[in-house]
Design a protein around this ligand. Structure first.
Ligand code: NAD
Length: 298
């Protein structure tokens, strides 16, 4: 069997286009654009790239982008004061504090200071709790993006066995919750799981969110399974090359011989994250203005 490729890049482009159209409608009705504030503390190179591309994508989607760059030695109190100002600013619908934060700043304290109604990353405990009990809130962007790809491919997930590898608060746990809400039978595997290969062999759906290059091998995959590879790992550069190749947590070529469908790395889950961030920001804007989102719009 040769797996179909789940084209997350194309899906994300369609979602961003849709968000752009709905955001234009929001701007007309609200008399202002939906706004996303992104806070970057310090000069981490990877974070800088993410923040720049988030800012660009926000503008392209007919929304306002507010970027706040603070030095690495910013005091926690000053960062909290900025978050408070953004919480109170009616032009700001979503607040994202780029992680990781430099040493000396407590991520949990900062995330907890963001208003849950502007927490478009879905990291605040209030939003984690809302997801756990099935209330409306904000769901972390990466797992929500994975879920969109899965339901687009498979439709109804009832009765399917899903294995999520990884139990982080930002990917593994919310992913498992979303699959459970969609009536899949869910197993969460992690670093202490025994016989991981056997656990994965039972899965109709595998979501790998570990951060270990090509850990999931082809012969672990049940024939026809759908594989969502969240991992982003850079291999050491080959001789003469400046940068190593990006690979996922799944051995793509091997797994493609068994799976029914699989996301590539890059071009699978990665592009979904920013698209869902824009989507969450727009949803926040409608809620903050008390305007109903057009039916089925997003
Ligand atoms: P994390 O380090 O917080 O969590 C990793 C999880 O993997 C842990 O729960 C751990 O128990 C589990 N694990 C570690 N070793 C294992 C093993 N040998 N067997 C089974 N489980 C094991 O990582 P994270 O933030 O959840 O991210 C996971 C991966 O996804 C990383 O590669 C990250 O770069 C990537 N990621 C991608 C996106 C995106 O595409 N936009 C977003 C977030 C994370």
């Amino acid at each position: 069997m040769t797996a179909q490729i789940i084209d997350g890049k194309a899906f994300a482009e369609r979602l961003r286009d849709k968000v752009g159209t709905v955001a234009a409608d929001f701007a007309k009705r609200a008399g202002r654009k939906a706004g996303l504030a992104v806070v970057l503390v310090g000069a981490d190179a990877a974070s800088e790239v993410y923040v720049r591309s988030k800012g660009r994508a926000t503008l392209v989607a007919n929304m306002a982008s507010f970027e706040h760059r603070l030095p690495a030695d910013t005091a926690q109190g000053d960062l909290l004061a900025l978050v408070e100002r953004l919480n109170a600013d009616p032009a700001v619908d979503g607040i994202l504090v780029q992680l990781p934060l430099p040493q000396g700043l407590d991520e949990q304290t900062i995330i907890s200071a963001i208003s849950p109604d502007k927490d478009v990353d879905g990291f605040h405990v209030t939003n984690a709790g809302r997801l756990a009990v099935g209330q409306e809130g904000f769901v972390p962007c990466t797992p929500l993006g994975c879920m969109m790809l899965l339901t687009d491919r498979l439709g109804d997930l009832s009765s399917l066995n899903a294995v999520v590898i990884g139990r982080s608060n930002i990917v593994g746990k919310p992913m498992a919750q979303l699959l459970l809400d969609a009536n899949a039978t869910v197993t969460i595997a992690h670093s202490r799981t025994k016989d991981l290969a056997d656990v994965v062999r039972r899965a109709d759906i595998v979501v790998a969110a570990v951060g270990r290059p090509e850990m999931v091998r082809g012969d672990w995959i049940k024939p026809g399974a759908t594989i969502i590879d969240v991992g982003i790992n850079r291999l050491p550069p080959e001789e003469g090359a400046e940068k190593g190749r990006l690979v996922g947590d799944v051995a793509f070529t091997e797994a493609s011989e068994h799976a029914g469908a699989i996301t590539p790395v890059p071009g699978g889950v990665g592009p979904m994250t920013i698209a869902v961030l824009l989507r969450n920001t727009l949803v926040a804007a409608y809620r903050n203005e008390g305007i109903a989102l057009p039916d089925g719009a997003l």
